[in-house]
Design a protein around this ligand. Structure first.
Ligand code: PLP
Length: 398
């Protein structure tokens, strides 16, 4: 039986590249997996009190279904935490809880888009958005992230690429895959464009507390004439990616998003609710000590800095410094490969190091790059980049 074109059109590079790695592993090859932004796969542990809260939850909650919009207690805790982090004043009615930011992306794209509608997405950018846009027969329209300017968004391109069919501007800040943290000026300029054209801003801030020596400006701080939806979750900063909890909230004085909220709520009800005990634990993670984040950032900063120095030593590779998140997006001179996917697969087969090809993050602005993660401890990074260096020297001398 044929699967739908919609399903067969889905391509999520971060996990698709895993199939050839698994095959090589079955044949006995050791693989260093530098493809997934999962802190718990490395030396980042879910804090003990989050785990205790999850154990306790199973005894305390009735283990039945929960509120489709998310438990009121969790939504209230989100309101309090957002105020503490970004000074934003919202109420629990504006907050919705999902099974990860991924589900929020799915539901939002399904709400905003009719076939042929356009969504501006950062290029390169986290591929889930592009995929959900296509899944709902919309058109992802990338705007360039400028490598030569610390991967800042090309504001002129955002303006130029707005059409009558543009339904929103997606921003990912701090950014996956580039590691950029946008300056306040860029967020304000994008906010101004959104307000001028009467389109909403959708800001993915899942890495908001993972920044190094730089100020973070959340889109929630923009003036009230910018209608926006802010997305965040518990997979990265809160070190519970497997528990699948995310959230969003909307800020919309104009009423432009009233029907969007209604459409979104219909889908939230259709899928019943997000995991109830995990929501309980997520609430506890917002209310207890946050000092583990300092240590997490110390490690990530050190590893990002090592990655920057080490990769820039390798012939044919260059990379910009990361200011946040857990990723960097090096450029590779494609001497001897047809494209960046060929490069990534050749490196995987030859040296057993798995990166994700840059084109998987944007076919227009991600070519000739790959994404690396800054999560592994220094000896693992040294081994992976050492193998990359050997590989590059060998291929360049052939
Ligand atoms: C920018 C961004 N948004 C969303 C996600 C997915 O988050 P979640 O685990 O909450 O679905 C990721 C995961 O890597 C991400 O990098």
């Amino acid at each position: 039986m044929r699967a739908s074109g919609r399903a067969m059109g889905v391509e999520y590079a971060i996990r698709e590249i895993v199939a050839p790695a698994d095959e090589l592993e079955r044949q006995g090859k050791r693989i260093i997996r530098m493809n997934i932004g999962d802190p718990n796969k490395w030396d980042f542990e879910t804090p003990e009190y989050f785990k205790a809260a999850l154990r306790e939850a199973v005894d305390k909650v009735d283990n039945g279904y929960g509120d489709s919009q998310g438990s009121l207690e969790l939504r209230q805790a989100i309101v309090d935490r957002e105020r503490e982090k970004h000074g934003v004043k919202i109420t629990a009615e504006k907050v919705f809880v999902t099974s990860g930011v991924s589900e929020a992306a799915n539901i939002l794209m399904g709400t905003f888009l009719e076939p042929g509608d356009e969504m501006l997405v950062p290029g390169p950018g986290y591929p889930s958005y592009t995929q959900y846009i296509r899944y709902f027969e919309g058109v992802p329209v990338p705007y360039r992230q400028m490598e030569e300017e610390d991967w800042q968004p090309d504001i002129d391109m955002i303006r130029k690429r707005i059409t009558k069919r543009t339904k929103g501007i997606i921003v990912i800040n701090p950014n996956n895959p580039t590691g950029a943290v946008y300056p306040e000026r860029s967020i304000r300029e994008i906010g101004n464009i959104a307000a001028e054209y009467g389109i909403p801003l959708i800001s993915d801030e899942v890495y908001d507390k993972i920044t190094f020596d730089t100020n973070y400006f959340s889109a929630s701080r923009l003036p009230s004439d910018v209608s926006r939806i802010i997305l965040n979750g518990f997979s990265k900063v809160n070190l519970m990616p497997g528990w699948r909890v995310g959230y969003g909230y909307y800020m919309d004085e104009s009423g432009m998003l009233d029907e969007i909220f209604d459409g979104m709520m219909r889908q939230l009800r259709m899928r019943i609710c997000s995991n109830v005990p995990c929501q309980w634990a997520a609430k506890a993670s917002l209310q207890g000590p946050q000092d583990y984040i300092v240590e997490m950032n110390r490690k990530l900063k050190e590893r990002a800095s090592f990655t920057y120095d080490r990769l820039n030593e390798i012939p044919g590779i260059s990379v910009e410094r990361a200011k946040g998140s857990m990723f960097m997006f090096p450029k590779v001179e494609l001497t001897g490969w047809d494209n960046d996917k060929d490069f990534v697969l050749d490196l995987l087969k030859t040296e057993g190091v798995l990166f994700v090809n840059g084109s998987g993050f944007c076919s227009e602005f991600g070519q000739s790059h790959f994404r690396t993660i800054t999560l592994p401890p220094l000896p693992v990074l040294e081994e992976a980049y050492g193998k990359l260096e050997t590989f590059m020297k060998k291929r360049r001398s052939e």
